[in-house]
Structures are given as C-alpha cells and as structure tokens.
Ligand binder design. Sequence first.
Ligand code: NDP
Length: 254
Amino acid sequence: MNHFNLEGRVAIVTGGNGGIGLGMATGMAEAGATLVLAGRNAEKGAAAVSSLEAIGAKASFFTLDVTDEAACHALIEDTASRHGRLDVLINNAGSNIRKEPEDYTLEEFRFVLDTNLTSAFCCSQAAYPAMKQSGGGKIINIGSMFSLFGASFSTAYAASKGGIVQMTKAMACAWAKDNIQVNSVLPGWIDTELTKGARKDVEGLHERIEARTPAARWGRPDEFAGIAVFLAGTGSDFVTGTSIAIDGGFSAQG
Ligand code: NDP
C-alpha cells in the first residue's frame, strides 16, 4: 500500500488560493487528490486552479467568506454533492490585525477570532456528516507559532491560534469513533502575503526570525506539501489530536 497516494480523495482547502494553502493543495494534487479551493478572491482562485490543472489535477474554486456560517455549509454541501464524497478538509484561511491589546476594538478582536477559529469550527461541523458517510476523513487545522507563544501585537491572533490547538484535540476525541482524524499544523515564519504585512509593520522582524530559527531562514509555502499529504493519507490513520510544527526548528530553540 502506498500511504502517500491520494487518488480518489476529495479535499477542500480554505484559503487555498495562495500562500501556505496553495502549497498544501499542490502537494495533495501531485499525490492524486481532487481539490476544491475556497476563498474570497476569485481572481487568485482562478490562477491557483490553473496552476493545479497544469500538473494534471482536477481542481475548482468556490468563492466564500469563511466568517459567514451559511457559506461554510454551502462549500461543504456543494463539494459533497458535486464529487459524491469529502475526505479532507484543511481549515487554513486566516488573517491578522496587529495591535497592542489596549488598542483593539471589540469588532477587530472578533474579526480575527471569526476568521481564524470560528470558521474552522463551522467548516468542520458542516463536514462531519459527509466524512462520516465516506467512512472517515481528515481535518487539518492551521495554527501558528502563536498557538504556543505570545507577542505584544498578537492578542487576537494568539487567542485564535491557541484555540485551534485545543479545538483540534477536542474534535479528535469526539470523532475518532467515526474514523475522522483531526490534527493541526503549526507553521513557523513563512514568506507569504500575510507576513509581508508583518515585516512592514514590525521593525526588525525579518532579521530576528532569521537569527532565532535554527534553519536560519524563512520557510516557503511549498514546504507544506509533504505534511499535507501525510496528514491527508492513510499514513496518519493513528495520528489524531496532535499539533505538528513546520518551523525550521523555531519552536525547539531555547
Ligand atoms: P495568505 O495571506 O497568503 O493566505 C491567507 C488565505 O486565507 C488567503 O488565501 C485568503 O484568501 C484566505 N482568507 C483570509 N480571510 C478569509 C475569509 N474571511 N474568507 C475566506 N478566505 C479568507 O497567508 P498565509 O498563507 O501565510 O496564511 C495561511 C494560514 O497560515 C493562515 O491561517 C495563517 O494564520 C497561517 N500561518 C501563517 C504563517 C506565516 O508565517 N505565513 C505562520 C503561522 C500561521 P482571499 O485572499 O481570497 O480572501
């Protein structure tokens, strides 16, 4: 048996139209999966679909805002009805507002929580019946180094990403009986649109990350292909409730 073969599997990646999400989608597409990418920006979505089709994969884009519960349900229902099954859900869509805690409005705090945490709850809850019907499934939630650490500018983001780790454990416990494995991936510092903003806002961040990361560099989105294939395939059937750092050693550094 090839534990890294995803032929016949149907996978959704929220925020799969760019960055880490597209890195994971590309890995799964190369392993034979059919991909449904979801996000707000349809232009980026079309480009991402073309890049997957160029490697011979079946792929489509679903436009949604993950903060809309009804849209999360529509994404899952549309995928399950078009493809007849749902095997993998990657809750990757994420956003950040960087401020000192005293400066957030409640609306801003809720926006980050809704985008990063509540959306993963809504999509997972919507996916559960379809995965159960397929005989099992894989849910992969994207956390962060801020699932483990804090920073003065990360109150809302760290709250959301810490929540991802604990929600992962709770769902893993609940759905093991249905052969659904729920895990999270904790990226270190990766060069994407999201961190372009951070590097602009936080002086000296780029150099500090290089200095603290044992690998002495920022990561790349394509370096998430392997972990996605592992967590989406049969090789991880006894792996559930855990969080795996993909961080060049950042979280291991004392
Ligand atoms: P990107 O900005 O490239 O990707 C974020 C994706 O999320 C985009 O594709 C965006 O799609 C989508 N998205 C954001 N808000 C919404 C929304 N409301 N509804 C639908 N889609 C949405 O950044 P990354 O690839 O870096 O981020 C991916 C994930 O990885 C995030 O969860 C992030 O927190 C996490 N992460 C990233 C790290 C890094 O160093 N880059 C480190 C740790 C964690 P669209 O533009 O279409 O809205």
